[in-house]
Unconditional design. Structure first.
Length: 419
C-alpha cells in the first residue's frame, strides 16, 4: 500500500462474498417485463420489491412516461427501479448509485440476470460522486432516517444533475411526507407535476422552473458542507477521551455500544506494540480507529466498509484527532478480499444481522492478510463469537489468545498460527 490517503470506490467483490449474503430470488412484473432479483437479507426490502418502489414505478404509467434518454436511480439498493426502467425502455442509459457496496454488487448481478446493458453502477454519497449531468429523469425511494439537511439535499440538489426540463420522481414514507412537501412547496424554483398518496407512501414528481445552467452549484461536496452531520461530542472510554463529529444514518452518534467499548478497552494490550498497518473493518462513526491512533504508534490505518459514509466520517474523525491524512487508506467494499497484506492489527465488530457464513468468511480473510506477528480483535454478541471460537479451534488456522464477556457481548483476541 502506498503511504498516501486514498479512496478506492466500487471494488467488485468475488462471487463467494456476494453469495454469502444471498437470501433468495424474487420476481417482479413491470409493464409486460418479467424481472428476477437476487436479494440479500442485509439490504432493504428483501422479501419482495417494496410497495413504495412499486407505487413509484406505477406512476410512470399514470403520467405516460414511456421514453427517457438518461436516468439516475439514486439509492438504487439491489436495483429494482433502474432495472425496471431500463427493461421497459432499453435505449436509455441508466446510472444506479448507492453508498452501500453490497447493494451495488447486487445491482450489477441483477442487471446481468435481467439481460439489461448500458447500466452504470457505482458508489455515491449523496450526489457527491455522481458521474455526469443532464439526466432527464432522476428517481429515488428516499430513505427516511438521514436527517432533514440530507433530505433537502436529495430533493433540491438534483437540479444540478438534470437537463433543462428534466423530471425528478420520488417516493417517501408517511413519517417524512410533511417535511418533503414543505421543502418542495416552499421553493419557488420547484414545480410539483404530480402527487399521489397511498397508505404508507406518497409519490411526488417535480421539475425546476429556472434554467439550472444559471444556478451556481456549491463548490464543496455535501459531505464537506456538513449535510450529513448530526452533532459534535466528546467520547470517553477508560483513560481515553476524544472529540467526534457524528453523522445521521450511522449508529453510536451519542453513546458507544458495548462491542466498541470492549474493543477500545482492549487496545491497552497493544499500547507499546509498533504497528505498521492497522485495519479496522465496520468502523462506524470512527471511534475505534480514533482510539487506535491515540493508543500507540500506528503508521498506517486502513478503513474498510461497505458503507461509504462510514469510512468517510471515520477518516474525518481521525483527522480531527490529529492523525495524518497521508497515512489513511479508505476501501469501500464487502469484506476484506481486496486488502493487501501483511497487516499487523485487524479490529472489527461482527454485525449480529449477518449469518455464520459471513462471519466465517471475514475471519478467514483477516487471517490470510495477517502478518506473522499480527493480532486480530473481534467483538459481537456472545453467540457469534462462540461460533467463531469453535470454528477456529476445529480448523486451527489461528490461535486464540483471550476471550472476554460483558453483558451478553464478547471480545476475542487471536494471533497468527505461526507466531
Amino acid at each position: 500500500m502506498n503511504n498516501i490517503e486514498l479512496t478506492k470506490l466500487d471494488l467488485t467483490s468475488n462471487n463467494r462474498e456476494v453469495d454469502a449474503y444471498l437470501k433468495k430470488t424474487i420476481k417482479y412484473d413491470y409493464r409486460g417485463h418479467s424481472l428476477n432479483f437476487q436479494v440479500s437479507q442485509s439490504l432493504f426490502s428483501s422479501h419482495e420489491v417494496d410497495h413504495g418502489t412499486q407505487r413509484l414505478l406505477r406512476t410512470f404509467t399514470f403520467e405516460k412516461i414511456d421514453a427517457y434518454n438518461k436516468v439516475l436511480d439514486f439509492g438504487c439498493g439491489y436495483g429494482p427501479i433502474g432495472i425496471a426502467l431500463k427493461s421497459f425502455y432499453p435505449d436509455s442509459v441508466v446510472h444506479m448509485v448507492d453508498r452501500d457496496a453490497l447493494a451495488l454488487d447486487y445491482s450489477r448481478r441483477n442487471a446481468v440476470i435481467n439481460n439489461v446493458g448500458d447500466i452504470k453502477t457505482y458508489a455515491s454519497l449523496g450526489y457527491d460522486d455522481i458521474v455526469g449531468t443532464n439526466f432527464d429523469l432522476i428517481v429515488s425511494n428516499i430513505p427516511a432516517k438521514v436527517g432533514e439537511k440530507a433530505l433537502s439535499h436529495i430533493l433540491k440538489d438534483s437540479q444540478f444533475y438534470l437537463r433543462q426540463g428534466g423530471r425528478v420522481a420520488v417516493v417517501v414514507i408517511d413519517a417524512i411526507v410533511e417535511y418533503i412537501a414543505s421543502v418542495l412547496t416552499a421553493d419557488p424554483n420547484i414545480n410539483i407535476l404530480f402527487r399521489k398518496a397511498w397508505p404508507g407512501h406518497t409519490v411526488f414528481h417535480y421539475n425546476f422552473t429556472s434554467d439550472n445552467r444559471l444556478i451556481t452549484k456549491p463548490q464543496e461536496s455535501a459531505f464537506d458542507r456538513g449535510i450529513f452531520d448530526r452533532e459534535d461530542k466528546v467520547f470517553s472510554v477508560g483513560t481515553l477521551s476524544f472529540p467526534m463529529k457524528t453523522t445521521y444514518g450511522l449508529s453510536e452518534f451519542n453513546t458507544l455500544n458495548y462491542e466498541a467499548e470492549l474493543l477500545i478497552d482492549n487496545l491497552q494490550t497493544i499500547q507499546n506494540r509498533p504497528i505498521n498497518t492497522g485495519l479496522i473493518f465496520n468502523p462506524g462513526q470512527g471511534h475505534i480507529p480514533v482510539a487506535l491512533s491515540l493508543r500507540g504508534k500506528t503508521d498506517k490505518i486502513v478503513l474498510a466498509d461497505r458503507d461509504l459514509q462510514a469510512i468517510r466520517v471515520s477518516r474525518r474523525n481521525l483527522l480531527l484527532n490529529g492523525y495524518s491524512a497521508k497515512n489513511i487508506l479508505l476501501l469501500h467494499q464487502i469484506g476484506l478480499f481486496h486488502i493487501e497484506g501483511p497487516v499487523d492489527c485487524i479490529i472489527g465488530i461482527l454485525d449480529d444481522k449477518d449469518g455464520p457464513a459471513i462471519h466465517e468468511m471475514l475471519l478467514e480473510q483477516a487471517a490470510s492478510i495477517l502478518s506473522p506477528k499480527g493480532i486480530i480483535m473481534i467483538s459481537s454478541s456472545s453467540t457469534p463469537i462462540t461460533r467463531i471460537e469453535k470454528s477456529v479451534k476445529a480448523k486451527k488456522y489461528l490461535d486464540i489468545l483471550e476471550r472476554r464477556k460483558f453483558k451478553g457481548k464478547s471480545i476475542m483476541t487471536l494471533k497468527h498460527k505461526n507466531y
